[in-house]
Design a protein around this ligand. Sequence first.
Ligand code: FE2
Length: 173
Amino acid sequence: MAILEFRGETIIDPATIKSVLASHRITYECWGVRTMEDPSAEGVLATYADDITRLKSQHDYVTEDVIALDPGTPNLETLLAKFLPEHHHTDDEVRFTVAGEGVFEINVSQNERVKFTAQPGDLIVVPAWRRHLFYLTTQKTIRCIRLFKDKAGWEAHLPYSQAGSEERALHFA
Ligand SMILES: [Fe+2]
């Protein structure tokens, strides 16, 4: 179950987390942990197919996959280093945590962030263009379903361009 830290408070009630994040245009849903007979990527996607299909139709996502990071992942620290500095993507960052956990710190204004710890059963959508950072907890382990509008859109953009301040202001609304 997710944990949200914001303005000195720690929130664990899913309905409150959903409403606080929604007020900043960040989607949170609690899909829950389901029993999986087949732990392969195909099995994971089949287990959550109903919610995946619904989210794809609601937000025009076209493709999905399953990724896993753990201490045995080659170049884990190099991979994580891409997402630790504040960055954005031109596609939504859609992550459903199947196992493990990870932390998203997401800008909700020019100088304020929420800290969201995703745990098994949690779905979060960081909107396209929204500045954020991501890191693993001490477990160094996460397995996620990802959904995309366009796979090419999902890469980390570190600095804003000259026009970025306008983008930044626009995408909090
Ligand atoms: Fe990201």
